[in-house]
Design a protein around this ligand. Structure first.
Ligand code: AGP
Length: 613
């Protein structure tokens, strides 16, 4: 799971390659490198710079080359799969000083290819699966093939996923790209042609793109872009004009993107709702022109997602089933690897911030092959693979989310899902009055979210009690159990404290044994029908010497004492309260991470978009 950006232009390309890598850093940030076509005094045709760590480190390493006039180059940011993040394993990889290559994906049959190439005399300098490709292309060139044919015959030998950019030292004005299973876009510029893992990397030079499909190969030569399939037959892809702006992704006054994105939630929620509700109801057509005809026939919903998006799905299950629509939720990586009994007229709903999560994309494919009737994606990136591959779409409109820890993507997913619940369940048990009540709550949601965020300093004051802890438990019930799960995920991914969530009723079936004065226990306590049962669970923790931190509804009537600290959250209707109750947990995790001094926006071992299985 990596990012690539390549450029052939009539201008120097190094600044663009560095800027592009910064935009793609969400895809991995273990190490990064650039190869420029730039003949060196020692005879090398490529100037290659690689460094372990963030793009900023690569940028410093390239400081002396800032004035490079090279007008062709390839660049890569890595999330290590095969081989540790070392200089040797960092891309671009080069074969015999003649071919340079960057790769996003995983080559499953690399070992066999590697053995063959070693037998043929190639010396490997990395532990990566990628290096076989660059040597194989070199071998094909030595057999007399042109670069395009060499790339074609190489990719035909591959099993797995790839998006590659390739340069040949003998053809300085040419770059070839190819993809299968990993995303790739081709930027169409006035001054050249470009390749990248996604559009954001190239917005400073173009908004016009070809979105390549599996098996496509692109040949960019002297400003001309040619697209073919894997058999080198010309293919046509429509020009897609991106509406993304380069500005929205800037940090501004905030210390971290995560904090910025938490603070943006009220606006993001307002944007998600805009133009989708009117009077007392959710508008028809929010998911596409014919959505009501389709929704009226639905008999079941199957939600598929990963991580934070999966937790949003678990909340939505409570909502769908409350209003009569059967709903199953499954982690995408599990869904994609088992057999399915397909319910009649079942809508598959994929949830994803990025729309590029490979497990979610894979699960959607499996679902469609298994015979699920229709697909709908709730997604934040309009130009993503998931959006392109779904029948219907409901965009979350959260704007760019850069912090690896999802915040505004989650709350806007929940808001979008609640719109979807109305649009679907009014054909089931959701009455007009109930729909009107939900719409009223949704209208109040952005202001309520802003009110909770404005109390950030109160949540900051709680963080100290976690800073010396190794473990924490999170408890919730009903639609707030997934909120406890998401709160625990936030804490563990950015503060590295081991945090687990339990349905509060499960506590007595095992995890209670863990409770002592060193185990903080966080509970989410909205004022709903499950509150009395939750209070019993809280008492059970206190009786074992545990320390409780309870985020409770203003009207929940739970007493503060020395072992139980109550943080009162605005009284809020039960249906939208999961969207409000996650906000203090996001802020708590953020401030614990600040105390622990972790890299909040880029926690260790993670990446924003998970494009490996
Ligand atoms: C959580 O903070 C993470 N960002 C992660 O769990 C994420 O939700 C998951 O990888 C799924 O990503 P997606 O929504 O882009 O598909």
């Amino acid at each position: 799971m990596c990012g690539i950006v390549c450029a052939v232009s009539d201008k120097p390309v190094l600044p663009l390659l560095i800027e592009g890598l910064k935009k793609l850093e969400y895809r991995g940030y273990d190490s990064a490198g650039v190869a420029l076509y730039d003949p060196q005094p020692d005879g090398d045709q490529f100037a290659r710079t690689r460094s372990v760590g963030r793009i900023a480190k690569l940028e410093s390493a390239l400081a002396k080359k800032q004035d490079s006039l090279s007008s062709a180059g390839i660049a890569h940011t890595r999330w290590a799969t095969h081989g540790k993040p070392t200089q040797f394993n960092t891309h671009p990889h080069v074969s015999s000083g003649k071919v340079a290559l960057v790769h996003n994906g995983i080559i499953e049959n690399y070992q066999g290819l590697r053995d063959e190439l070693i037998e043929a005399g190639y010396v490997f300098s990395s532990e990566t699966d990628t290096e076989v490709m660059v040597h194989e292309i070199h071998r094909q060139l030595s057999l007399g093939h042109d670069l395009l044919e060499a790339v074609q015959s190489t990719v035909k030998k591959l099993r797995g996923a790839y998006a590659i950019g390739v340069m040949n030292a003998d053809e300085p004005r040419r770059i070839i790209g190819a993809r299968s299973g990993s995303p790739m876009v081709v930027g169409i510029g006035d001054n050249g042609g470009y390749i990248a893992s996604d559009m954001s990397a190239l917005l400073s030079v173009t908004h016009d793109f070809y979105v390549l499909e599996d098996g496509d190969i692109v040949d960019i030569q002297d400003g001309k872009i040619t697209l073919t399939d894997i058999n080198l037959k010309p293919v046509k892809r429509a020009v897609f004009t991106s509406q993304q702006s380069d500005e929205a992704a800037k940090l501004g006054e905030y210390r971290h993107y995560m904090l910025k994105e938490i603070h943006e939630q009220h606006q993001a929620l307002a944007d998600t709702l805009e133009g989708r509700i009117s009077g007392t109801h959710v508008l028809e057509g929010i998911c596409g022109a014919d959505d009501q005809a389709l929704f009226s026939q639905l008999e079941a919903i199957q939600i598929i997602a990963c991580g934070t998006s999966y937790y949003a799905g678990l909340v939505a299950k409570h909502w769908f089933e409350k209003y009569g629509m059967p709903c199953q939720v499954e982690i995408a990586s599990e869904f994609r690897s088992r057999k399915h009994v397909v319910p009649n007229n079942c809508l598959v709903v994929t949830l994803s911030q990025s729309g590029e999560t490979i497990d979610t994309l894979g699960a959607l494919k499996v679902a469609m092959e298994a015979g699920f009737a229709h697909s709908l994606s709730v997604c934040n990136v309009p130009e993503s693979s998931l959006v392109r591959e779904s029948d219907l779409v409901l965009m979350t409109r959260a704007g760019p989310e850069i912090g690896v820890a999802s915040t505004k993507a989650f709350t806007t997913q929940l808001a979008a899902l609640l719109l979807l619940v109305c649009a679907v369940c009014r054909h089931k048990n959701l009455s007009e009055e109930q729909q009107a009540a939900i719409v009223t709550e949704l209208r109040e949601l952005p202001a309520l979210a802003a009110k909770v965020v404005s109390r950030a300093s109160e949540f900051e004051a709680l963080a100290e009690q976690f800073s010396d802890k190794q473990h924490a438990l999170f408890l919730g019930r009903g639609s707030h159990y997934p909120i406890a799960m998401e709160g625990a995920l936030k804490l563990k991914e950015i503060s590295y404290i081991h945090a687990e969530a339990y349905a509060a009723g499960e506590l007595k079936h095992g995890p209670l044994a863990l409770v002592d004065e060193n185990m903080p226990v966080v509970a989410v306590a909205p004022n709903n029908s499950l509150l009395e049962k939750l209070k019993v669970n809280i008492e059970a923790v206190k009786a074992r010497g545990g320390k409780m931190l309870v985020f409770a509804d203003e009207e929940a009537d739970i007493e503060n004492d020395k072992n139980c600290q109550i943080i009162k959250i605005t009284a809020v209707d039960n249906i939208i309260s999961p969207i409000i109750f996650i906000i203090p947990l996001q802020l708590l995790a953020y401030y614990v991470a600040l105390i622990k001094g972790t890299d909040v926006d880029k926690p260790r071992n993670l990446a924003k978009s998970v494009t490996v299985e």
